[in-house]
Design a protein around this ligand. Structure first.
Ligand SMILES: [Zn+2]
Length: 460
């Protein structure tokens, strides 16, 4: 090693103008995701690298020119479905890192300049050959559960024949709710004074919301991120569309220089600029996620470029607005709101033209008290409950035809017809000291089968 260093020193003297100084690897991180595994080298300077595969057994070799490991590099443990082991050694003036692979992979590499507290980064994404998560999601979306066809009916064999009347209509499809936990992997999101990371608390809230959605008949969840890995903003939208999502809920925790800022807020996409300075600031910060999380500059986002044409889709906007209002209303019942109205800004993750999409800033992680709340499982559950309630009340009004929720709503309307008659025809009740119950409240106004105050609604 010593002699190598001397050789390096000599070379450097000769080529100072052209060559980099010896760089240090200051950190190495491995992020296994469902459809890829990401390896990140953080370096004290920009370095040339070389990558090649070896077969039988499968290995990936990475040579980092003029580079050595820094002193504080811990041991990198293999993790995930693709990488079975990691070895390294100096090799021919380079640092050679060998990944022992569990299967054949396709690597994709790119470098990132220093940003947001990171040094230079070399990112190596490994994709299993022939497998990718978007393809898997597409296959899942094609499965019968979403089509509303007769084949979607529960298996006759699993239910008693007596309970399956021949004339009953086909069960409508389930609505798909895409749950998007912000940030992840290289991108921690905002960080609280006590070190709480946005990416962790929003994933915890997202998982609680997923459980609620999964337990509700007629809707099913799709997690856009379900672990500590990064998903680019474009891929978040793409995954939601591939899964044929009917709604898209992005979950975040706000941060602001002023530590007294607090409360929940709900955002939707604006195609005409932001509704406030904070909304503009926040959208910019959230849109920077790709820079921090690591996306190759040559990743062309055709989808996001093309959707601008479709942003005039008023149906999506109207539904997004209703969804945002309902979620905001329920968060308001839980605690303080940062803004009492829905805000709008140019969030890239909300740009699916055909999916009503909102972004929920659950609380300010930069606020001491709210940082503590965000870490509490109980408060995470309350936030998930509030978002869930907003989703279900929205869906009662906006469920598309052919869905189970729409069928139940129609059924409710029919029942309301009879109930109306009953309410009108019923003799006045015995006068009694009556508290204001939902029932008496209802008699005073138009019955709305979707109204959450309506005790006749099956969704209560
Ligand atoms: Zn965020």
């Amino acid at each position: 090693m010593k002699s190598l260093r001397i050789v390096f020193a000599g070379l450097l003297l000769l080529t100072t103008l052209y060559a980099h100084a010896e760089a240090e690897v200051t950190a190495v991180r491995l992020w296994p995701a469902p459809d890829n595994t990401r390896l990140v080298f953080e370096l004290s300077g920009a370095m040339e690298h070389r990558l090649f595969m070896l077969r039988d057994p499968e290995r990936l070799v990475i040579d980092l020119k003029d580079t050595r490991f820094g002193k504080n590099i811990g041991r990198l443990e293999a993790a995930g479905e693709l990488v079975g082991g990691v070895r390294s050694a100096p090799h021919d003036g380079s640092l050679r890192v060998v990944l022992d692979l569990k299967q054949r992979v396709q690597p994709k590499t790119f470098t990132l300049p220093p940003s947001q507290g990171y040094d230079y980064r070399l990112v190596i994404d490994l994709y299993p050959e022939g497998g990718d998560e978007i393809a898997t999601l597409a296959a899942a979306a094609e499965r019968p559960s979403g089509t509303g066809k007769a084949s979607d009916l529960p298996k006759a064999a699993s239910s008693p024949p007596a309970k399956a009347p021949a004339a009953s209509p086909a069960r409508g499809r389930d609505l798909v709710v895409a749950i998007d936990a912000g940030h992840g992997g290289e991108d921690p999101g905002a960080i609280g004074a006590k070190g709480t990371r946005e990416k962790d608390v929003v994933l915890a809230i997202a998982r609680k919301l997923k459980a609620l959605v999964a337990s509700e008949p007629g809707i099913k969840p799709v997690m856009i991120r379900d672990g500590d890995y990064f998903v680019s903003l474009g891929n978040r939208v793409r995954k939601a569309r591939t899964a044929k999502a009917d709604l898209f809920i992005s979950i975040h925790a706000d941060a602001f220089l002023n530590r007294s800022a607090n409360g929940s807020s709900v955002y939707m996409l604006s195609d005409k600029g932001a509704t406030s300075e904070h909304a503009r600031f926040l959208a910019q910060k959230e849109n920077d996620s790709d820079l921090v999380g690591g996306v190759s500059l040559d990743d062309k986002d055709d989808l996001l470029a093309s959707v601008l044409l479709d942003l005039s889709q008023t149906a999506t906007k109207e539904a997004s607005s209703d969804l945002a209002e309902r979620v905001l209303g329920n968060l308001g019942g839980l605690g303080k709101l940062h803004k009492s109205h829905v805000e709008r800004a140019g969030f890239r993750v909300l740009k699916a033209p055909d999916i009503p999409s909102i972004l929920v800033e659950t609380a300010f992680i930069s606020n001491h008290q709210e940082e503590r709340l965000l870490k509490s499982a109980q408060h995470q559950q309350s936030l998930a409950n509030a978002i869930f309630k907003g989703i279900t009340t929205h869906l009662r009004r906006y469920a598309p035809p052919g869905t189970l929720i729409a069928q139940q709503a129609a059924l409710d309307r029919n029942q309301r017809g009879t109930s109306d008659l009953r309410l009108v025809a019923a003799p006045p009740a015995e006068p009694e000291p009556e508290p204001i119950t939902p029932q008496t409240h209802l008699a005073d106004k138009d019955l709305d089968p979707f109204d959450e105050d309506n005790p006749l609604s099956a969704f209560r």
